[in-house]
Write a protein that binds this ligand. Structure first.
Ligand SMILES: Nc1ncnc2c1ncn2[C@@H]1O[C@H](COP(=O)(O)OP(=O)(O)OP(=O)(O)O)[C@@H](O)[C@H]1O
Length: 235
């Protein structure tokens, strides 16, 4: 069992102020995710799931609390420093894929590598891209454009892109939200297999069947994190 901590959140809060109205989206969230873990986060609409994922993904900053990723304290960094750390440590998979339609599949995967601290080119870049496409069984679509692919195939490409800089963790936001159930199941099986091969993952999902596939199930209720065992004890 590997206990190296990838993500450590201590007492994270997030308050939004809009037109004089304050919303407490997160109220003191503590969360550790270790290397190799697969964590799912569920909860009712408005409980703070997207807010938490945005903070984990360095797309937003907490109001208070400490966030460490791979041992780096990211609470006080500039926008540019956060972008650098995001590129290095985090792979993001979005509900709506967020691929660039004007670029080929190859170039969609090559782009984050070109902007990394250790960019690759030529044969090395090709090897890295093709390896990630192999992981999601999509090498045969390397020259296609995303809009020439099915939704399920686009999500697989998006997962490959998220893996291309060898991140410490994949953050996954409702990966099946835009897929029918057959393609959704196939994508979830793929994520399950990637975790079995060692990829650390944290996924937000509304679907209890998919939440059950994770090794650890967490719930957010009104900005507070509750784990499954405590929920069962309370119920
Ligand atoms: N930019 C913002 N400005 C003001 N309030 C916000 C902002 N973003 C989120 N909130 C509020 O914070 C709370 C948590 O929102 P969040 O989007 O994180 O919930 P969620 O669990 O992801 O919901 P859903 O499942 O519906 O996507 C909500 O009350 C929301 O209205």
């Amino acid at each position: 069992m590997n206990n190296k901590c990838v993500i450590e959140l201590n007492d994270i809060t997030k308050h939004f102020l809009l037109s004089g109205m304050e919303t407490q989206a997160l109220r003191g969230v503590n969360l550790n995710i270790n290397e190799g873990e697969y964590v799912s986060i569920s909860g009712p609409s408005g409980c703070g799931k997207s807010t938490l994922l945005n903070i984990l993904g360095l797309l937003d900053t907490p109001t208070s609390g400490r966030y460490q990723i791979a041992g780096n304290d990211v609470s006080q960094l500039s926008v540019n420093q956060r972008a650098t750390l995001r590129n290095k440590h985090i792979g993001f998979v979005f509900q709506s894929f967020n691929l660039i339609d004007e670029l080929s599949v190859f170039d969609n995967l090559a782009l984050p590598v070109k902007y990394s601290e250790q960019p690759l080119a030529g044969a090395q870049l090709k090897e890295r891209v093709m390896h990630c496409l192999e992981l999601v069984q999509m090498t045969h679509r390397v020259d296609h454009q995303p809009n020439q692919l099915s939704g399920g195939q686009q999500q697989r490409i998006a997962i490959a892109r998220a893996l291309v800089n060898r991140p410490d963790i994949l953050l996954i936001d409702e990966p099946t939200g835009n897929l029918d159930s057959k393609n959704g199941d196939a994508v979830m099986q793929m994520l399950h297999d990637l975790n079995a091969q060692g990829t650390t993952m944290c996924m937000v999902t509304h679907d209890p069947r998919y939440a059950d596939m994770a090794g650890r199930k967490l719930f957010l209720l009104d900005g507070v994190m509750v784990d499954e065992v405590k929920l069962e004890m309370a119920g």
